[in-house]
Design a binder for this molecule. Structure first.
Ligand SMILES: NC(=O)c1ccc[n+]([C@@H]2O[C@H](COP(=O)([O-])OP(=O)(O)OC[C@H]3O[C@@H](n4cnc5c(N)ncnc54)[C@H](O)[C@@H]3O)[C@@H](O)[C@H]2O)c1
Ligand SMILES: O=C(O)C[C@H](O)C(=O)O
Length: 288
């Protein structure tokens, strides 16, 4: 029996709950949202698939979930420039929802922005081991990076580390040919703006993130031990601590099995250090 909880069943949480049902990933779904009318509508809509999934809206069922996807809170709109600008608005949401995770011992997948800081904050507030706190965003950024490379006729493993935000770190040194600094900066700038084009056009990103969240859930449930970029609470890895940041991590049924150390070149090391400093400073403002 697999129980999946989704906190915040709006655009992204609702899509994940729906896809998980359609794909038969969970036997039980616990859905939670602050808006009871909307929550009821989402539950009814999923139930009308007629698929054999047990649906609960009892928040006390969250603690027994195997995986909880945290997607509650405000998304960006075109007036909110960076994901980090959502910190103050989503802080009360994270604090309120952390209370519902009392006794939860499954794996927490944090989606709500600013995702890295929220993942760190939820780790600290819930006391969940860092291996069980996975911040989602690196897979999505990496897919966008792969597209940017492809458009330029470039190939190779595309991975983005660092912040899920302005301080993202596309890893160029693993590509087949060296990429000079101007092109790196051009691609980085393109990646920084890529989701805003979707937000401006349709109000928010859905299909891309939901696909990659489902892929992550499948990895967690099957234990394929793949290495993916995701946000992990760091204790000295990449010379960083007291924050959660995008790093390569081997995923298994218990969450993060191992944070993998890649040899980054100087440009990437500097960008990782900048990302770490930026995220750590924000973490300090929210964690006592
Ligand atoms: N990490 C990523 O790659 C990624 C991708 C997409 C979206 N996001 C983030 O996910 C979050 C949700 O985005 P969305 O587009 O689904 O937004 P949305 O507005 O469609 O849905 C958010 C839901 O959260 C609910 N909510 C708000 N406060 C709550 C509370 N205190 N308790 C319970 N529920 C609460 C709202 O009622 C709403 O249903 C945003 O922060 C967005 O930036 C992150
Ligand atoms: O960019 C956003 O605000 C949403 C999300 O983090 C995304 O990358 O699609």
């Amino acid at each position: 029996m697999t129980r999946l909880a989704v906190m915040g069943v709006g655009r992204i949480g609702g899509e994940v709950a729906s896809l998980a049902t359609l794909m038969g990933l969970a036997d039980e779904l616990v859905l939670y949202d602050q808006d009871p009318t909307f929550l009821r509508a989402q539950v009814l809509d999923i139930s009308h698939t007629g698929l054999p999934v047990f649906l609960s809206t009892d928040p006390s069922d969250i603690k027994d979930a195997d995986i909880c996807v945290f997607a509650a809170g405000l998304p960006r709109n075109p007036d909110i420039k960076t994901r980090a600008d959502l910190l103050a608005a989503n802080l009360p949401v994270v604090r309120a929802c952390a209370g519902l995770l009392d006794g939860f011992s499954g794996i927490l997948v944090t989606v709500t922005n600013p995702m890295d800081i929220n993942n760190y904050l939820l780790h600290r507030l819930t006391g969940l081991p860092r291996e069980r706190c996975i911040g989602f965003g690196g897979q999505l950024d990496s897919a966008r990076f792969a597209l940017a490379l492809h458009r330029r006729g470039l190939n190779g493993p595309a991975a983005v580390l660092g912040e899920h935000g302005e301080h993202q770190v596309p890893v160029f040194s693993r590509l087949k040919r060296p990429i000079e600094e101007n092109l790196r900066l051009e691609i980085l700038q393109e990646l920084q703006g890529s989701s805003m084009d979707v937000i401006k056009g349709k109000g928010g990103t859905v299909f891309g993130p939901a696909y990659h969240i489902i892929t992550l859930l499948k990895m967690l449930l099957s234990g394929t031990k793949e290495t993916i970029p995701c946000s992990a609470v760091l204790k000295g890895e990449y010379q960083l601590s007291d924050c959660s940041l995008g790093v390569p991590a081997r995923i298994g049924t218990d969450g993060i099995r191992e944070i993998v150390t890649w040899d980054l070149d100087r440009w990437e090391q500097e960008k990782m250090a900048d990302a770490g400093a930026f995220v750590r400073n924000l973490c300090r403002t929210v964690v006592p």
